[in-house]
Design a protein around this ligand. Structure first.
Ligand code: MN
Length: 289
């Protein structure tokens, strides 16, 4: 059987939003025009050299039913939750946080001369794991393998596998691939993605051509979300300029989505239960849940 190149389904311009206590960021999934890309519920890209754009941060807030994935390019975010977990996410680090049945946490970007640049992705949990025990995978930059492909692309493998090298994030229901890919000028990158899995590239530096000509390749310039259609692999080509993008894929859940701010459940009744638990002080996951 011949492997089929994925076409580009659409190219989305991120929207400017203000979130948390006043953090300016670019949102490309979780907007009015793109509610979700099953199993992905939100993609935010924060990036500023001006501390006024980010130091207000994200004071104490709840999550239930999802995973929040923070990947830092530059700067530091301090993290703390009411279960007693705390730490710093620094340049090149990733935190894959499974909120499960409930956490209350704060995420506070620190004012730094180098600024604060990175991403937060929300990954949905299947119904059977929505009330599971919270879990953290805190991965330091040095634990993330970086490979160079035969075509010259440099790939940081955060989750999934590239050129036979597996990333450090494991045991995630969505079976995700999360790669940070740099394609030098006049070069290319291709990657197999399981048929039927949702896939997108978030182009945040440079420009590139996405797809192959027989599938009507599309040119894009940073910053854009490129949503891939179905197929067996993706291909990206550069010409005069380098390109850097996240390549993210995952298995769709195909379950009903009931969404209210930081809670994503399957039914309205479960959202109402989350709000009731917050009011009654029983929100945070505990052993008897
Ligand atoms: Mn959060």
């Amino acid at each position: 059987m011949t492997a089929i190149s994925r076409p580009v389904d659409k190219i989305v311009e991120p929207q400017h939003v203000v979130e948390g206590a006043g953090v300016r960021l670019k949102r490309s999934i979780g907007t009015h025009s793109l509610d979700h890309l099953d199993p992905f519920l939100l993609l935010d890209n924060f990036g500023s050299n001006n501390p006024d754009d980010y130091v207000a941060g994200f004071p104490l807030h709840p999550h239930r039913g999802i995973e929040t994935v923070t990947y830092m390019l530059t700067g530091v975010v301090n993290h703390k939750d009411t279960l007693g977990n705390s730490g710093s996410i620094g340049a090149g680090d990733i935190q894959w946080m499974t909120a499960g049945g409930g956490i209350m946490h704060e995420e506070m970007p620190q004012a730094r001369p180098e600024g604060n640049f990175g991403f937060q992705l929300w990954v949905n949990l299947p119904a059977r794991l929505k009330m599971s025990r919270p879990r953290y995978q805190d991965i330091r930059a040095g634990q993330i393998p970086e490979i160079t492909t035969d075509s010259g692309a440099r790939v940081k493998v955060i989750a999934g596998t590239a050129a036979g090298i597996a990333g450090p994030v494991t045991g995630i229901a969505a079976d995700p691939v999360y790669l940070d890919v740099t394609v030098p000028a006049h070069s290319s990158f291709s990657h197999e993605i399981e048929r039927g899995h949702t896939a997108f590239s978030y182009l945040f530096e440079g420009q590139a051509r996405f797809g192959i000509d027989s599938t009507e390749a599309r040119d894009a310039e940073a910053v854009r979300l490129v949503v891939w259609g179905d197929g067996d692999y993706i291909k990206v080509d550069t010409s005069a300029s380098e390109a850097r993008f996240l390549l993210i894929s995952g298995k769709p859940l195909n379950e009903p989505i009931a969404r209210y701010g930081p809670f994503v459940m399957n039914t309205r009744a479960e959202i109402e239960q989350a709000l009731r638990d917050l009011r009654e002080g029983t929100f945070v996951w505990s052993e008897q849940d």
